[in-house]
Write a protein that binds this ligand. Structure first.
Ligand code: ASP
Length: 308
Protein backbone atom coordinates (compact mmCIF):
# COMPACT_ATOMS: atom_id res chain seq x y z
CA UNK A 1 0.00 0.00 0.00
CA UNK A 2 1.40 3.41 -0.95
CA UNK A 3 1.65 6.19 1.53
CA UNK A 4 -0.06 8.63 -0.83
CA UNK A 5 -3.20 6.52 -1.21
CA UNK A 6 -6.22 8.05 0.48
CA UNK A 7 -8.35 5.23 1.84
CA UNK A 8 -12.04 5.54 1.13
CA UNK A 9 -12.93 3.52 4.17
CA UNK A 10 -11.54 2.21 7.44
CA UNK A 11 -12.57 -1.43 7.59
CA UNK A 12 -9.52 -2.65 9.48
CA UNK A 13 -6.09 -1.27 10.27
CA UNK A 14 -4.59 -2.97 7.22
CA UNK A 15 -6.38 -0.32 5.14
CA UNK A 16 -3.61 1.97 6.40
CA UNK A 17 0.12 2.00 5.83
CA UNK A 18 2.25 2.17 8.99
CA UNK A 19 2.91 5.85 8.16
CA UNK A 20 -0.81 6.56 7.87
CA UNK A 21 -1.43 4.76 11.15
CA UNK A 22 1.20 6.90 12.89
CA UNK A 23 -0.31 10.00 11.28
CA UNK A 24 -3.73 9.06 12.65
CA UNK A 25 -2.28 8.55 16.12
CA UNK A 26 -0.58 11.95 15.97
CA UNK A 27 -3.81 13.58 14.78
CA UNK A 28 -5.69 11.93 17.63
CA UNK A 29 -3.11 13.34 20.06
CA UNK A 30 -3.76 16.82 18.67
CA UNK A 31 -7.50 16.38 19.18
CA UNK A 32 -6.97 15.21 22.75
CA UNK A 33 -4.89 18.22 23.62
CA UNK A 34 -6.88 20.77 21.60
CA UNK A 35 -10.59 20.15 21.05
CA UNK A 36 -11.07 23.02 18.52
CA UNK A 37 -12.18 21.11 15.42
CA UNK A 38 -15.71 22.20 14.69
CA UNK A 39 -15.02 23.24 11.11
CA UNK A 40 -13.38 19.99 10.00
CA UNK A 41 -16.56 18.17 8.95
CA UNK A 42 -18.91 21.15 9.14
CA UNK A 43 -22.22 20.08 7.56
CA UNK A 44 -20.96 16.69 6.34
CA UNK A 45 -23.82 14.17 6.65
CA UNK A 46 -22.73 11.13 8.70
CA UNK A 47 -24.92 8.11 9.40
CA UNK A 48 -24.58 5.76 12.37
CA UNK A 49 -25.89 2.33 11.41
CA UNK A 50 -25.49 -0.04 14.36
CA UNK A 51 -27.01 -3.53 14.35
CA UNK A 52 -25.47 -4.63 17.64
CA UNK A 53 -25.33 -3.26 21.16
CA UNK A 54 -22.72 -0.61 21.87
CA UNK A 55 -22.07 1.77 24.74
CA UNK A 56 -18.52 3.11 24.38
CA UNK A 57 -18.09 2.92 20.62
CA UNK A 58 -21.46 4.44 19.74
CA UNK A 59 -21.27 7.24 22.29
CA UNK A 60 -17.74 8.19 21.40
CA UNK A 61 -18.49 8.17 17.67
CA UNK A 62 -21.40 10.57 18.21
CA UNK A 63 -19.27 12.81 20.45
CA UNK A 64 -16.51 12.74 17.84
CA UNK A 65 -18.97 13.61 15.06
CA UNK A 66 -20.32 16.51 17.13
CA UNK A 67 -16.82 17.82 17.80
CA UNK A 68 -15.95 17.93 14.11
CA UNK A 69 -19.24 19.64 13.25
CA UNK A 70 -20.86 16.83 11.20
CA UNK A 71 -24.60 16.54 10.51
CA UNK A 72 -25.45 13.37 12.39
CA UNK A 73 -28.17 10.85 11.56
CA UNK A 74 -28.57 7.75 13.68
CA UNK A 75 -30.71 4.80 12.62
CA UNK A 76 -31.73 2.78 15.65
CA UNK A 77 -30.98 -0.99 15.46
CA UNK A 78 -33.74 -2.70 13.50
CA UNK A 79 -34.93 0.53 11.89
CA UNK A 80 -33.27 0.14 8.50
CA UNK A 81 -35.08 -1.41 5.52
CA UNK A 82 -32.44 -4.17 5.38
CA UNK A 83 -34.88 -5.99 7.66
CA UNK A 84 -37.54 -5.69 4.93
CA UNK A 85 -35.38 -7.44 2.35
CA UNK A 86 -33.66 -4.44 0.78
CA UNK A 87 -30.19 -5.50 -0.31
CA UNK A 88 -27.05 -3.94 1.11
CA UNK A 89 -26.30 -2.52 -2.35
CA UNK A 90 -29.71 -0.86 -2.66
CA UNK A 91 -29.49 0.52 0.86
CA UNK A 92 -26.09 1.98 -0.03
CA UNK A 93 -27.49 3.60 -3.19
CA UNK A 94 -30.37 5.08 -1.23
CA UNK A 95 -28.10 6.57 1.40
CA UNK A 96 -25.72 7.99 -1.20
CA UNK A 97 -28.71 9.59 -2.98
CA UNK A 98 -29.34 11.52 0.24
CA UNK A 99 -25.73 12.68 0.19
CA UNK A 100 -24.69 10.68 3.22
CA UNK A 101 -20.89 10.89 3.01
CA UNK A 102 -19.84 8.63 5.88
CA UNK A 103 -21.44 5.51 7.34
CA UNK A 104 -20.27 4.21 10.70
CA UNK A 105 -21.49 0.67 11.07
CA UNK A 106 -21.45 -2.22 13.52
CA UNK A 107 -22.85 -5.62 12.64
CA UNK A 108 -22.81 -9.12 14.16
CA UNK A 109 -21.77 -10.61 10.79
CA UNK A 110 -18.05 -10.54 10.04
CA UNK A 111 -17.60 -8.82 6.70
CA UNK A 112 -20.76 -6.67 6.68
CA UNK A 113 -18.87 -3.34 6.42
CA UNK A 114 -16.87 -4.74 3.49
CA UNK A 115 -20.06 -5.51 1.55
CA UNK A 116 -21.40 -2.07 2.37
CA UNK A 117 -18.16 -0.37 1.29
CA UNK A 118 -18.24 -2.15 -2.07
CA UNK A 119 -21.63 -0.62 -2.80
CA UNK A 120 -21.45 2.76 -1.06
CA UNK A 121 -19.96 5.77 -2.81
CA UNK A 122 -18.79 7.42 0.42
CA UNK A 123 -16.62 6.37 3.36
CA UNK A 124 -17.44 3.38 5.58
CA UNK A 125 -16.02 3.07 9.07
CA UNK A 126 -16.14 -0.35 10.71
CA UNK A 127 -17.30 0.03 14.32
CA UNK A 128 -17.02 -3.74 14.89
CA UNK A 129 -18.00 -6.65 12.62
CA UNK A 130 -18.66 -10.04 14.18
CA UNK A 131 -15.47 -11.55 15.47
CA UNK A 132 -13.46 -9.98 12.67
CA UNK A 133 -12.27 -6.41 13.25
CA UNK A 134 -12.68 -3.31 15.39
CA UNK A 135 -10.14 -0.85 14.01
CA UNK A 136 -11.13 2.24 16.00
CA UNK A 137 -10.83 0.30 19.26
CA UNK A 138 -7.35 -0.77 18.22
CA UNK A 139 -6.53 2.84 17.38
CA UNK A 140 -7.48 4.09 20.81
CA UNK A 141 -5.55 1.22 22.36
CA UNK A 142 -2.46 2.10 20.31
CA UNK A 143 -2.97 5.72 21.29
CA UNK A 144 -3.03 4.73 24.97
CA UNK A 145 0.22 2.79 24.55
CA UNK A 146 1.95 5.54 22.60
CA UNK A 147 0.99 8.26 25.05
CA UNK A 148 2.13 6.08 27.93
CA UNK A 149 5.44 4.85 26.51
CA UNK A 150 6.32 7.38 23.78
CA UNK A 151 6.49 4.75 21.04
CA UNK A 152 5.09 1.34 20.19
CA UNK A 153 8.10 -0.22 18.45
CA UNK A 154 9.72 -2.72 20.78
CA UNK A 155 6.93 -2.69 23.39
CA UNK A 156 6.10 -6.10 24.86
CA UNK A 157 2.32 -6.45 24.79
CA UNK A 158 0.38 -9.51 25.99
CA UNK A 159 -3.24 -10.00 24.94
CA UNK A 160 -4.98 -12.31 27.39
CA UNK A 161 -8.13 -14.41 27.15
CA UNK A 162 -10.72 -15.07 24.47
CA UNK A 163 -8.67 -14.13 21.45
CA UNK A 164 -10.45 -16.48 19.04
CA UNK A 165 -13.76 -14.60 19.26
CA UNK A 166 -12.35 -11.10 19.71
CA UNK A 167 -12.42 -8.51 16.93
CA UNK A 168 -10.53 -6.20 19.30
CA UNK A 169 -7.67 -8.68 19.55
CA UNK A 170 -7.49 -9.18 15.79
CA UNK A 171 -7.28 -5.47 14.98
CA UNK A 172 -4.82 -4.85 17.80
CA UNK A 173 -2.56 -7.67 16.64
CA UNK A 174 -2.50 -6.07 13.18
CA UNK A 175 -1.72 -2.60 14.48
CA UNK A 176 0.84 -3.71 17.05
CA UNK A 177 2.73 -5.72 14.44
CA UNK A 178 2.59 -2.86 11.92
CA UNK A 179 4.25 -0.61 14.48
CA UNK A 180 6.83 -3.13 15.66
CA UNK A 181 5.57 -4.27 19.07
CA UNK A 182 6.33 -7.77 20.37
CA UNK A 183 2.97 -9.49 20.72
CA UNK A 184 2.28 -12.44 23.01
CA UNK A 185 -1.13 -14.11 23.10
CA UNK A 186 -2.12 -15.86 26.30
CA UNK A 187 -5.11 -18.15 26.82
CA UNK A 188 -6.43 -21.72 26.84
CA UNK A 189 -6.52 -23.72 23.56
CA UNK A 190 -10.32 -23.44 23.25
CA UNK A 191 -10.10 -19.63 23.17
CA UNK A 192 -6.68 -19.41 21.54
CA UNK A 193 -5.91 -22.13 18.99
CA UNK A 194 -2.32 -22.61 17.86
CA UNK A 195 -3.35 -21.44 14.38
CA UNK A 196 -3.53 -17.87 15.72
CA UNK A 197 0.25 -17.75 16.01
CA UNK A 198 0.81 -15.69 12.86
CA UNK A 199 4.31 -14.47 12.10
CA UNK A 200 5.71 -12.18 14.76
CA UNK A 201 3.19 -13.36 17.36
CA UNK A 202 3.85 -16.03 19.97
CA UNK A 203 1.38 -18.07 22.00
CA UNK A 204 2.01 -18.81 25.67
CA UNK A 205 -0.39 -20.80 27.84
CA UNK A 206 0.98 -19.76 31.23
CA UNK A 207 0.01 -16.25 32.30
CA UNK A 208 2.47 -16.38 35.20
CA UNK A 209 5.33 -16.92 32.75
CA UNK A 210 4.41 -13.78 30.80
CA UNK A 211 3.49 -11.27 33.50
CA UNK A 212 7.01 -10.35 34.68
CA UNK A 213 8.12 -9.50 31.16
CA UNK A 214 5.38 -7.27 29.72
CA UNK A 215 4.98 -3.54 29.31
CA UNK A 216 1.24 -3.80 28.73
CA UNK A 217 -1.46 -6.34 29.32
CA UNK A 218 -4.65 -6.26 27.25
CA UNK A 219 -7.45 -8.17 28.94
CA UNK A 220 -10.50 -9.43 27.04
CA UNK A 221 -14.01 -10.44 27.97
CA UNK A 222 -15.10 -14.00 27.19
CA UNK A 223 -17.38 -13.29 24.21
CA UNK A 224 -20.13 -15.69 25.30
CA UNK A 225 -22.53 -14.58 22.57
CA UNK A 226 -20.09 -15.91 19.96
CA UNK A 227 -19.15 -19.21 21.63
CA UNK A 228 -21.03 -22.51 21.36
CA UNK A 229 -21.56 -23.84 24.86
CA UNK A 230 -19.57 -26.99 24.08
CA UNK A 231 -16.30 -25.05 24.07
CA UNK A 232 -17.18 -22.44 26.69
CA UNK A 233 -14.55 -22.95 29.40
CA UNK A 234 -15.68 -23.54 32.98
CA UNK A 235 -15.47 -20.07 34.47
CA UNK A 236 -13.79 -21.39 37.63
CA UNK A 237 -11.02 -22.96 35.54
CA UNK A 238 -10.67 -19.85 33.44
CA UNK A 239 -10.44 -17.62 36.48
CA UNK A 240 -7.91 -19.90 38.17
CA UNK A 241 -5.60 -19.73 35.17
CA UNK A 242 -6.20 -16.30 33.60
CA UNK A 243 -8.01 -13.88 35.92
CA UNK A 244 -5.98 -10.86 36.96
CA UNK A 245 -6.09 -10.42 40.72
CA UNK A 246 -3.83 -8.82 43.35
CA UNK A 247 -1.36 -11.71 43.28
CA UNK A 248 -0.96 -11.60 39.51
CA UNK A 249 -0.84 -7.79 39.45
CA UNK A 250 2.14 -8.02 41.79
CA UNK A 251 4.02 -10.06 39.19
CA UNK A 252 3.93 -7.21 36.65
CA UNK A 253 6.89 -4.83 36.29
CA UNK A 254 6.25 -1.54 38.12
CA UNK A 255 5.89 0.42 34.85
CA UNK A 256 3.44 -2.03 33.19
CA UNK A 257 -0.11 -0.99 32.37
CA UNK A 258 -3.34 -3.03 32.28
CA UNK A 259 -5.90 -2.31 29.56
CA UNK A 260 -9.38 -3.58 28.71
CA UNK A 261 -11.64 -2.58 25.79
CA UNK A 262 -14.76 -3.00 27.93
CA UNK A 263 -17.27 -4.20 28.79
CA UNK A 264 -15.45 -6.11 31.53
CA UNK A 265 -16.97 -8.92 33.53
CA UNK A 266 -16.02 -8.52 37.18
CA UNK A 267 -14.80 -11.73 38.73
CA UNK A 268 -14.14 -13.45 35.39
CA UNK A 269 -11.14 -11.89 33.62
CA UNK A 270 -10.35 -9.52 36.49
CA UNK A 271 -11.09 -8.97 40.17
CA UNK A 272 -11.91 -5.63 41.80
CA UNK A 273 -8.22 -5.35 42.85
CA UNK A 274 -7.49 -4.18 39.31
CA UNK A 275 -9.68 -1.08 39.62
CA UNK A 276 -7.56 0.37 42.43
CA UNK A 277 -4.26 -0.55 40.79
CA UNK A 278 -2.03 2.26 39.50
CA UNK A 279 -1.60 0.19 36.33
CA UNK A 280 -5.26 0.29 35.27
CA UNK A 281 -5.83 2.45 32.15
CA UNK A 282 -9.44 1.63 31.21
CA UNK A 283 -10.85 5.15 31.78
CA UNK A 284 -8.04 6.66 29.75
CA UNK A 285 -8.72 4.29 26.88
CA UNK A 286 -12.39 5.26 26.85
CA UNK A 287 -11.52 8.95 26.95
CA UNK A 288 -9.08 8.61 24.02
CA UNK A 289 -11.83 6.95 21.96
CA UNK A 290 -13.38 10.31 21.09
CA UNK A 291 -10.16 11.82 19.74
CA UNK A 292 -9.25 8.61 17.91
CA UNK A 293 -12.61 8.66 16.12
CA UNK A 294 -12.31 12.37 15.32
CA UNK A 295 -8.96 11.58 13.71
CA UNK A 296 -10.49 8.81 11.58
CA UNK A 297 -13.32 11.07 10.38
CA UNK A 298 -10.85 13.83 9.52
CA UNK A 299 -8.46 11.41 7.81
CA UNK A 300 -11.13 9.86 5.60
CA UNK A 301 -13.04 13.00 4.68
CA UNK A 302 -10.23 15.55 4.50
CA UNK A 303 -7.27 13.36 3.61
CA UNK A 304 -3.76 13.89 4.85
CA UNK A 305 -4.16 17.62 5.50
CA UNK A 306 -1.40 19.51 7.23
CA UNK A 307 0.47 16.35 8.17
CA UNK A 308 1.17 15.32 4.55
N1 ASP B 1 -16.56 -3.62 23.05
C1 ASP B 1 -15.68 -4.53 22.34
C2 ASP B 1 -16.32 -4.97 21.03
O1 ASP B 1 -17.30 -4.42 20.61
C3 ASP B 1 -15.21 -5.66 23.18
C4 ASP B 1 -16.27 -6.62 23.65
O2 ASP B 1 -17.44 -6.54 23.31
O3 ASP B 1 -15.88 -7.49 24.45
O4 ASP B 1 -15.81 -5.88 20.42
Amino acid sequence: MTEARRPASLLDLDDLSPAELLDLLARADDFTDNAQARELLRGVPVLNLFFEASTRTYTSFVLAQQRVGADIVTLPPGASSLGKGETIADTALTLAAMNIRVIVTRHPASGFPYRLAEAFAGHVINAGDGRHAHPTQALLDLMTLRREFGQIAGLRVAVVGDILHSRVARSNILGLRMLGAQVTLVGPPTLLPESMAVSGVRIVRSLEAVLPEVDALMLLRIQRERITSAVLPALADYARNYRIDARRLALLPAHAIVMHPGPYNRGVELTDDVFSSKSWRYAQQVAYGVAARMAVLDHLVNGKGQRA
